[in-house]
Each structure stands twice: as structure tokens, then as C-alpha cells.
Design a protein around this ligand. Structure first.
Ligand code: SAM
Length: 251
């Protein structure tokens, strides 16, 4: 049987999305191409349409509810938890947490100014337990330990390895614990089948970004390597057909 050699990662920036032990095929199934959401040359209306589609599809498949359950589980023992949502996009996750937890305080943020303006103009802007703000997850403007929990949902794969490790360091600096919820990295043959099924829809900006997301998603071993690089304790629970969940804490 051929063994995949776990190569030494000397520079985290060079780590494959499949992790240090990624197979040759897995290493081919990644891209440096950016999603429309991350590109400065893409019209704000196109980006808005993607964020709106993420919100609608997340509502249809109850993703926001399931993500809110994960958030609520992490703060179950805290009376009045303070929660920082990074990369909130449309704010649906924070909205669910505010609905389901009567005393939680949410800081709802994104690095995209149009998304922040749209969330501030929505019900979140007037909510007595919510603050909406522009925050870059790689350089969080907050004091050490200011929050009980930082959460980053469906956004981690947007960042290349060095910045992704920086998000873990920053999230666990400003919060007692960081929860990352992201797309799975499928086994290579299934991944190829998924990409083939998505390819005809690539004209649709949401599918374009979905296809690139798939190629940029991190494997469990990549997530553990990023956590170790940031000097953190991480737990990764994963299922190749469902979301991956990483919980990071300072050692
Ligand atoms: C695919 S959307 C996810 C939106 C939402 N969290 C959800 O679950 O549907 C990715 C989000 O990450 C944001 N993002 C990308 N890089 C970021 C960074 N460095 N800091 C904060 N947010 C970032 C994007 O602006 C975008 O809103």
C-alpha cells in the first residue's frame, strides 16, 4: 500500500490545504484563486448577491440554527456571555443567538464595509444586546479576554494558512475560546465528483465562490497544524460530508 508521506512544514504559508500529510491528488485540488467576496475588483452588488444567497440557503437548510446551537453549547455555563462574531456577512447566526439566549451580548462584525453597513441598517443595528462593527479577524481591535467566545462561521477557508493561524491567535487572545465552523475537505475522489457537479453552475457568483471554497477548505490535519502553529490547544470534530468544527483555547 502506498503511504502518503507527512512532509515537514517549515513555513506555515506553504502548508497544503489538505495538511502536511496531503496526498499528491489532494494537493492538486486547491487553488490560489480568490472568491469574488475577497476581490477588490468585484462590484459590491455581486458581493451582496452572494451574501444574500448565503443567508437564504443557510436559512433553507437550517445552517444558521445548527451553527447557533454550537455557539450556545459553548456558552451554556456562562450567565451573560459576551460573544464576538467575525466574518458575520449577513448576521443570521448572531440574530439566532440573540433570539435564543435572553442575556447574551453579541458583537457582530465583518471585514467587508458593505456587509457591516447592511447589518447596521438591519434589526441588528437597533438591538439592545448587539453591536455591529468593522473588524478584520486577523487583527482584532479588542482587549485581551474581552469576550467569552469568538466565532468564525464558513469564513476560515477564505484565509491562506499564515493568516488563518493569525485568526486563531487573535480569536483566542480576545476571547476565552474560539469556535471555527467551516466546510469539510472531502476525500479527493468525492471532491472531484463534487467539483464536476458544480462546474456547470460557475456562471452564478454564489456557485463560483462555492467551487473555490471547496478547493480552499482545510482538512482536519491542516486545522490541527494551524492550531499548533498558533501555540493553541485545538479540538477538531469532522465529518467529510458535514461542517467541521474547531475549538481553540490558549494553553
Ligand atoms: C462565505 S462568507 C460567510 C458569511 C457567514 N458567516 C455565513 O455563515 O454565511 C465569508 C465572510 O468572511 C468575511 N471575511 C473574509 N476575510 C475576513 C477577515 N479577514 N476578517 C473578517 N471577515 C472576513 C467575508 O467578508 C464574508 O462576509
Amino acid at each position: 500500500m502506498m503511504a502518503y508521506m507527512a512532509s515537514e512544514i517549515t513555513d506555515i504559508a506553504d502548508m497544503p490545504r489538505g495538511g502536511p500529510d496531503a496526498s499528491c491528488l489532494d494537493r492538486l485540488l486547491e487553488t490560489d484563486r480568490q472568491e469574488y467576496l475577497d476581490r477588490d475588483d468585484i462590484d459590491a452588488d455581486v458581493k451582496r448577491s452572494i451574501v444574500t444567497a448565503l443567508d437564504r440557503i443557510g436559512t433553507l437548510f437550517r445552517e444558521h440554527d445548527r451553527n447557533a446551537e454550537l455557539v450556545l453549547r459553548e456558552v451554556a455555563d456562562i450567565a451573560d456571555p459576551t460573544i464576538l462574531e467575525l466574518g458575520a456577512g449577513h448576521g443570521a447566526l448572531s440574530r439566532k443567538v440573540l433570539e435564543q439566549h435572553p442575556t447574551a451580548h453579541l458583537t457582530v462584525s465583518d471585514v467587508n464595509p458593505e456587509s457591516v453597513a447592511a447589518m447596521a441598517a438591519s434589526d441588528l443595528g437597533d438591538h439592545p444586546r448587539a453591536t455591529v462593527g468593522l473588524i478584520d479577524a486577523t487583527a482584532i481591535d479588542a482587549a485581551d479576554g474581552e469576550f467569552d467566545l469568538a466565532v468564525f462561521a464558513l469564513s476560515f477557508h477564505h484565509l491562506p494558512p499564515a493568516q488563518a493561524a493569525q485568526v486563531l491567535a487573535e480569536g483566542t487572545r480576545v476571547a476565552r475560546e474560539m469556535l471555527v465552523i467551516d466546510l469539510p475537505r472531502m476525500p479527493s475522489l468525492l471532491h472531484i465528483a463534487k467539483l464536476a457537479a458544480m462546474a456547470p453552475l460557475v456562471w452564478w457568483p454564489f456557485a463560483h465562490d462555492g467551487l473555490i471554497s471547496s478547493l480552499r477548505s482545510y482538512s482536519p490535519s491542516a486545522l490541527r497544524t494551524l492550531g499548533a502553529h498558533a501555540g493553541l490547544d485545538v479540538d477538531v470534530s469532522t465529518n467529510p460530508f458535514d461542517r467541521q468544527v474547531l475549538i481553540a483555547r490558549r494553553r
